[in-house]
Design a protein around this ligand. Structure first.
Ligand SMILES: [Zn+2]
Length: 275
């Protein structure tokens, strides 16, 4: 019956890929999202958001500035060694396409509202004597996931103490601000992003002269963040190698769900049905 519901739903919306990506969202953020039905993403509080605006062939500028939820999956994020160590193709920015109302609703739509969800956690305390602490959101268990990142990095640093310089001092976490040169809010505004040491990082806007991709951050560091749901800005054409942000929908990972609701007997497709 579940499969039948899925097939009916897919026939009604006309796209398997559309439904599958919508479900990637539900699976990635189970605390906030409930299901996908037709072209609608349904939140646990009953809020409905249109998934696909139906516009095709958007320019890169339109993808950045007027995206819908579906556009967030326009570029597939390459995990692990894939996409590491070479310049991404022109404008290949998986994760930079963000439907802002989605993140505002999830984490808070003002600095004050975001701050209510923030907590402070230690950052690689075993390697630094507990010197560094970071402020991050508790929404979606981002704080728990970053604790896991921190623990795994502490272990990595036992083997590779030289990597410490990439991770501390921390560049920053929470700050309600727009992305430089744009009107779009940074994910730092939501307490769901972390910049590691700025000194060993590269950012495309700092590049003088013709485009050139640069990176110093070792792959094992990137892999640990990805394992726990954070994408890396070093895999973007518009690179930002200090930057990690919580985007489990692009990685097929996420915090341990507090419990997906049992599938209902309706045409709606629930994330728990398929994954
Ligand atoms: Zn950043």
């Amino acid at each position: 019956m579940k499969l039948m519901h899925y097939i009916v739903s897919v026939l009604m919306t006309g796209s398997v890929a559309l439904q599958a990506s919508c479900l990637d969202l539900v699976r990635a953020y189970p605390d906030s999202l409930k299901s996908c039905s037709g072209n609608t993403l349904i939140w646990r509080d009953g809020t409905k958001m249109r998934y696909d605006d139906g516009k095709r062939n958007k320019s890169f500028d339109e993808l950045l500035n007027r995206p819908d939820l579906e556009d967030m999956f326009h570029y597939r994020y390459p995990k692990g060694a894939a996409g590491y160590g070479k310049a991404p193709r022109k404008n290949f920015d998986p994760g930079r396409i963000r439907y802002e109302p989605f993140f505002r609703k999830m984490y808070g739509d003002s600095a004050g509202k975001v701050k209510r969800h923030l907590t402070t956690i230690p950052w690689i305390p075993r390697s630094t004597g507990g010197k560094y602490r970071i402020r991050v959101t508790r929404v979606n268990g981002v704080d728990r996931q970053l604790r896991k990142v921190s623990q795994d990095l502490d272990k990595l640093l036992q083997k590779h103490p030289g990597y410490r310089k990439y991770l501390v001092p921390v560049g920053g976490t929470f700050k309600w601000r727009t992305i430089a040169g744009t009107h779009r809010l940074s994910v730092h505004s939501f307490g769901a992003a972390l910049d590691i040491n700025v000194k060993h990082s590269a950012y495309w806007r700092w590049n003088k002269g013709p485009y050139r991709y640069r990176n110093e951050i070792p792959l094992p560091i990137v892999k640990i963040f990805e394992k726990h749901g954070f994408i890396w800005g070093g895999k973007w054409y518009h690179y930002d190698t200090m930057h990690f942000e919580y985007r489990p929908e692009l990685l097929g990972t996420g915090a341990t769900p507090k419990g997906l609701q049992a599938p209902k007997k309706s045409g709606a497709v629930n994330g728990g049905n398929l994954f």
